[in-house]
Design a protein around this ligand. Structure first.
Ligand SMILES: Cc1ncc(COP(=O)(O)O)c(C=O)c1O
Length: 392
């Protein structure tokens, strides 16, 4: 039998990390003590109260039936309550949907609204799912919106051609650049979307990972956003629950209902017990204030960030301290794949920027998901490569 992939699958770009992954495997097979600063998966477990609640909810035999495509009403209410506390935004349950991770929601939203040949604005560099799972696999055409260092890694809406654009993805705090925004930029995004009749998909997966007093806003805080926007949040990074697959989208009722319609033909919502646990996790906020474990986690990420950025600067690189996310985006001023390979040869794995889009070239992404001592060791190994400049 001649098995052939569908055209939309053939249109997916080549997987640029394949070569890196092969090299990483080889290093591991050789017994190299590899320090992985490449994966965006927290090294912390979920907080103890989440694990306790998980045990309790799993043991409840009533929690093993199908959920609803839009999610459990109690979970959606918990999301609405959290929005009120955290962002002072009023939502009703119809404006919330439970997701099996925000990746799934990002990939499915375009299926509900993008027709074959519609253009979808995708930041470059960005989380690859916007262009691939979100656009190409739904027969849309990804159009790159450059995020340039000289613009603080923010889009220049005036230079974007809105013709035949149906949807736009935007993500702050940003992966991979770790750039943050204030409400003024979000206001520009909402105005641009409203003026041009574009659906705005705002990915706020890192809203709770922030430092130095920075608090990430929600797009739904902006006047008029409810007309055009849907916002994605996740329990993955906030509560260290990446493997539990629980997230949510909020915003315009019609957009949420379109996503629900699509999902009702694909899945039946996250497990009831996971939704119950996630509802408890969200309820751990006191007013808008983060629970203690999250403050502690963010403090640890900030310490790791300081170690890495200070050492990179003393090696001669120019690198600012990000105010959010657990990533450091380094302008390595050279081919990102070659630079990453050089680091891999001293036992440090990072992600080459080219994997996030053409404008990610000459950058690499470090993930702060290893203990401080391992990051210090990674810096020692790197400084052997850049010894001339390292003064520490
Ligand atoms: C920007 C961004 N959005 C969404 C996700 C997806 O997270 P999840 O599907 O675990 O909610 C990730 C994961 O790394 C991400 O970096």
């Amino acid at each position: 039998m001649n098995i052939e992939f569908a055209d939309r699958v053939k249109r997916l770009p080549p997987y640029l990390f394949a070569e890196m992954e092969k090299l990483i495997k080889e290093k591991k097979a050789q017994g190299v003590d590899l320090i992985s600063l490449s994966i965006g998966d927290p090294d912390f477990p979920p907080p103890p109260f989440v694990i306790a609640s998980l045990k309790e909810e799993v043991a409840n035999l009533k929690n093993h039936n199908y959920s609803f495509s839009q999610g459990e009403p109690d979970f959606r209410q918990a999301v609405a309550d959290w929005y009120k506390k955290r962002f002072h935004v009023d939502l009703d349950q119809e404006e919330v949907i439970a997701l099996l991770g925000s990746k799934e929601g990002i990939a499915n939203i375009a299926r509900a609204f993008v027709n074959s040949g519609d253009r979808v604005l995708v930041p470059d560099p960005s989380y690859p799912v916007y262009a691939n799972g979100g656009t190409i696999l739904n027969d849309g055409i990804p159009v790159s919106v450059p995020l340039l260092e000289e613009n603080g890694f923010k889009p220049d809406f005036e230079s974007v051609n809105p013709e035949k654009v149906k949807m736009m993805f935007l993500n702050y705090p940003n992966n991979p650049t770790s750039a943050t925004v204030d409400k003024a930029l979000l206001k520009l995004a909402v105005e641009f979307a409203r003026e041009n009749n574009i659906i705005l998909c705002y990915d706020n997966a890192y809203s709770e990972i922030s430092f130095d007093g920075y608090t990430a806003p929600s797009i739904l805080e902006v006047d008029g956003a409810m007309d055009v926007a849907v916002e994605f949040h996740s329990c993955s990074k906030t509560f260290n629950m990446t493997g539990d697959r629980i997230a949510f989208a909020t915003g315009n009722k019609q957009l949420i209902s379109g996503l629900t319609k699509v999902k009702s033909q694909i899945d039946s919502g996250p497990p009831v017990y996971i939704q119950k646990v996630a509802a408890k996790a969200l309820a751990s906020y006191s007013g808008g204030e983060q629970p203690g474990f999250l403050k502690t986690t963010n403090q640890i990420y900030a310490e790791r960030r300081d170690v890495l950025v200070n050492r990179l600067c003393s090696m001669g690189f120019k690198c600012d301290k990000p105010k959010a996310t657990f990533y450091v985006w380094l302008n390595c001023k050279s081919n990102s794949m070659e630079f990453a390979t050089k680091l891999l040869n001293v036992g440090v794995a990072v992600t080459p920027g080219i994997g996030f889009g053409k404008h990610g070239e000459n950058y690499v992404r470090f993930s702060l998901t290893q203990p401080k001592e391992r990051i210090e060791e990674a810096c020692r190994r790197m400084s052997a490569l850049f010894r001339v400049a390292d003064t520490q």
